[in-house]
Design a protein around this ligand. Sequence first.
Ligand SMILES: NC(=O)C1=CN([C@@H]2O[C@H](COP(=O)(O)OP(=O)(O)OC[C@H]3O[C@@H](n4cnc5c(N)ncnc54)[C@H](OP(=O)(O)O)[C@@H]3O)[C@@H](O)[C@H]2O)C=CC1
Ligand SMILES: O=C(CO)COP(=O)(O)O
Length: 347
Amino acid sequence: MSNKKEKVAVIGAGSWGTALAMVLADNEHEVRLWGHKQEQIEEINRFHTNQKYLPNIQLSESIIGYSSLQEALEDIEVIILAVPTKAIREVLGKIREFQLSKLTIVHVSKGIEPDTLLRISEMIEEEMPNDLLNAVVVLSGPSHAEEVSLRHPTTVTVSSHDEAAAKRVQDLFMNQNFRVYTNLDVIGVEIGGALKNIIALAAGISDGLGYGDNAKAALITRGLAEIARLGTKMGANPLTFLGLSGIGDLIVTCTSVHSRNWRAGNMLGKGMKLEEVLENMGMVVEGVRTTKAAHQLSEKYAVRMPITDELYRVLFNEYHPKDAVDNLMGRLKTNEMEDLTNLLNIE
Ligand SMILES: NC(=O)C1=CN([C@@H]2O[C@H](COP(=O)(O)OP(=O)(O)OC[C@H]3O[C@@H](n4cnc5c(N)ncnc54)[C@H](OP(=O)(O)O)[C@@H]3O)[C@@H](O)[C@H]2O)C=CC1
Ligand SMILES: O=C(CO)COP(=O)(O)O
């Protein structure tokens, strides 16, 4: 743990924002947790709990909840942006109104914006004027809030075009339970984190249909292949997909009962309609919008993404999940390593 104590605002009081606020509080930083619901902030300040998002977890009393964004941002240099991808532009619009000095923005969301096809760091750069933005850092990797809040061992990676900013964020979060690596491949880290949610939905569907571990291992492995194919075409380092934000996050999200995307997929596989599933979840399922974005990206970059294509049909064209599996299994014969060897330039 670094000795330097900082003042940090966590923007977004859902599961992940609250769990990360706990890590920062454990590291003795001054932590302000902003949420847009007055009642929830009162609960955080009076009872030091956030029952909706982290039931039965006691928060440190040093975490102060704020419902005024202006007050939360006073004298702040570093913010942790922890809202779902679809809320990012709206929240940044409000931050712009109050922020007076340059910010380092650490985003922890896992998504791609449909239609613009921008990664989150690109959305931030678009929304924040240069005179208000010091650096953008992404924090990603296999890390369920439920386990982080129990201080179970967790590893993540931070990435930025600004190496000093990435190291500052590594120091902010690093402790005995929460190990932070750096990786300067921003594209790879963001693409791996966002697209694993598609494969987690598919893995949940497979389990919901009653298929077993063979099917899930196939989805994880071939899922990684299609993520790496697209990511590399977009400029990522292929090796990043073998790291925490790639295979690491795929494993955790496809195999954990904590996973929102896996749970949503599981309900779909059991026959529930998408709208019903989303109503039932009460938490963000990023993979749904990201499937739309990845489908558009696969067309833009002319990359084959069979799992993404089939999931797109299930989510948006009322395709039956069982038919989607049949389509995947009945594809033309191919060599497993064909695209991957091209990608890595190996003979
Ligand atoms: N949960 C996890 O374990 C992890 C999540 N992530 C990523 O972190 C991001 C956030 O996820 P997570 O915390 O799980 O999501 P949750 O659904 O648990 O919480 C989202 C939070 O954002 C708030 N919010 C939504 N829209 C707005 C808005 N327009 N303005 C202000 N606040 C808003 C919600 O408020 P309200 O209560 O009113 O809905 C809620 O407090 C996602 O991109 C996710 O993929 C990454 C790693 C781990
Ligand atoms: O990204 C996450 C864990 O690394 C959280 O997303 P899920 O809840 O869908 O797994």
